[in-house]
Write a new protein. Structure first.
Length: 300
């Protein structure tokens, strides 16, 4: 018994001391940089939902759904400001900012996506009237490409709606067996990446919506998902998927082959507790909504 205790105690100390990011699979290592948490300037943080990094202005934007606001941080992650679009925000979730500095914010409870032009003091929902509806549109995650085309996950109809730079409806991308469609991102090559939480699949389409690749499964083995909830694509084409119930991020190459996973359940820096969203900027920084810890965790 004495020997067993002697073995267990050092092992527990090892788990407490070794950074969570050092426990990832594969040769590459992802390191934790810092976290954004509540302070006297931001005040109490509520349910954090969406993240967008504006490459043109070096600004990070985060939606605080509970407090009906968007928080802005500079390149060094210092708090800059908050705004609520003159009280128009009710329960903001996903957000993007186009090259003109205008915001688009998903408001699922109002079944709309708001177009916000701060300079013009204009807030209005984008027009869904040209979209063929099977069920009433229920907007989920949104994304924008380099040409300011807007992509909206329509969770009620298992499709991705595409609007042009003038916010006119252009086309839809139907996702076969797409019940559970939860996130969309656009690669630098223009390809569309869609995540299905229910079956754990990632679908890749070309810019016109033609299917290119499908991969990903649920399972207990390494490289398999439990509850994938968000994805991101970096400038090299690597695909990162945040798994809410595994409290991890899994990474795949552009062929859909598993590369590594990082982090684990925990409350100290570098660990995740029910993460719910992920975004990777061009510099390779990985921003994660760490919901259970009420913070944004940043890795690279």
């Amino acid at each position: 018994m004495y020997r067993k205790i002697n073995f267990v105690v050092p092992f527990l100390i090892f788990l407490l001391i070794v950074p969570a990011t050092a426990l990832c699979a594969g040769k590459e290592r992802i390191k934790h940089l810092t976290s954004i948490v509540r302070d006297t300037e931001t005040g109490r943080l509520g349910l954090l939902s969406g993240i967008f990094f504006d490459e043109n202005r070096n600004r990070l934007y985060v939606t605080d759904t509970t407090n009906k606001r968007i928080l802005a941080f500079d390149h060094d992650l210092n708090f800059v400001s908050e705004f609520n679009a003159g009280g128009a925000l009710e329960a903001p979730t996903s957000l993007v900012r186009n090259s003109k500095g205008q915001f688009l914010v998903a408001e699922p409870t109002k079944r709309c996506v708001l177009f916000i032009d701060i300079g013009q003091r204009s807030v209005k929902p984008i027009d869904f009237s040209a979209v063929a509806e099977a069920n009433s549109i229920y907007p989920g995650s949104i994304a924008v490409d380099s040409a300011d085309n807007l992509y909206i996950v329509d969770k009620a109809n298992q499709r991705i709606l595409v609007f042009d730079a003038d916010l006119r409806f252009d086309r839809q991308v139907l996702v076969k067996s797409g019940k559970g469609l939860s996130d969309v991102k656009i690669g630098l090559d223009g390809n569309i990446y869609a995540l299905n939480t229910i079956d754990g699949s990632i679908r890749v389409f070309d810019s016109q919506g033609n299917p290119l690749l499908s991969f990903g499964k649920k399972g207990k083995e390494i490289g398999k998902f439990k509850f994938p909830i968000g994805l991101a694509v970096d400038r090299k084409g690597l695909i990162y998927v945040v798994d809410k119930h595994k409290h991890k991020v899994l990474a795949f190459n552009k062929r859909g082959e598993f590369l590594l996973e990082f982090s684990q359940l925990g409350w100290r820096e570098g660990r995740l507790h029910y993460p719910s969203y992920i975004y990777v900027n061009k510099a390779g920084r990985i921003f994660i909504v760490d919901g259970g810890n009420c913070r944004i965790s940043i890795f690279e």
